[in-house]
Design a protein around this ligand. Sequence first.
Ligand SMILES: Cc1cc2nc3c(=O)[nH]c(=O)nc-3n(C[C@H](O)[C@H](O)[C@H](O)COP(=O)(O)O)c2cc1C
Length: 253
Amino acid sequence: MKILGILASHQEHGLNAKMLAEVLDNVDPSVETETIYLENYEITPHKYHEKNAVLDELSQKLMDSDVWVFAAPTYFRELSGVLKNFFDCMRPKFVYFKENGDTIPGQFKNKHYLSISSCYVSTLENFLTGVTDESFKTIDRVMSAAGVIKVGEIVLPNTFGMKEIPNNKKELCHKYAKKISVKKRKDDSTVKRYIQLFFMIAIMALITMGIQIPLQGWIENNFWLNYVSFTVIFFVLLACILHFVTFVKHRRR
Ligand SMILES: Cc1cc2nc3c(=O)[nH]c(=O)nc-3n(C[C@H](O)[C@H](O)[C@H](O)COP(=O)(O)O)c2cc1C
């Protein structure tokens, strides 16, 4: 089992480097790790028919590892240019093209990744305005095209004047270090998602039926009134939960 850290910051020893080291230094002792600093490579696009030794070398490193950890700061509310350039140049290796121009995941399908990003703005501002959102979304978009599975993400806001990583973020790095130390199956979240869905529906149905009890005088065993009131209450609860899960819980802080 091998984990590859990919540092894509202007600073080789900055906060992203520290976060990455905090993860890699805390993986299980049996796990091999390697860190590459993208600024050390002259990454240029693949020209037709020409060999590109740098891309081949990087591609081999990706192939030899089971989990990739990307550490890239947020620059101008976007992913750092060096990581974006790496993704752009690696496209022919990340995806295969079908005859109609559509792409399908390439040779790295079913590997796993963890993303790390940081920004100057405060935790509250990042929570409210999503300064780091585009950085994570770009990584997710590229990895999804390549069929690489997400393990999680770590965000470090408030980096202005910061010299050391706060303890709560160090703990988060250690938690992910343990998580990525275990060899993963293709996508082991599927069963978990179905179980979550089952319990979500079971609890919502219970609440809906509980809300219907005081309405019994109005419903009076009428099948259609029962059905319509159940559907409306269930829909409102579902909308609230979905709003919470997609907009509130997933805000980065
Ligand atoms: C070119 C550049 C653009 C940046 N743009 C933003 C930004 O839009 N919002 C923000 O909060 N921080 C911004 N920052 C701050 C970086 O995100 C911050 O310096 C980063 O956390 C430092 O990571 P490092 O120590 O690994 O280099 C920018 C920094 C640079 C160098």
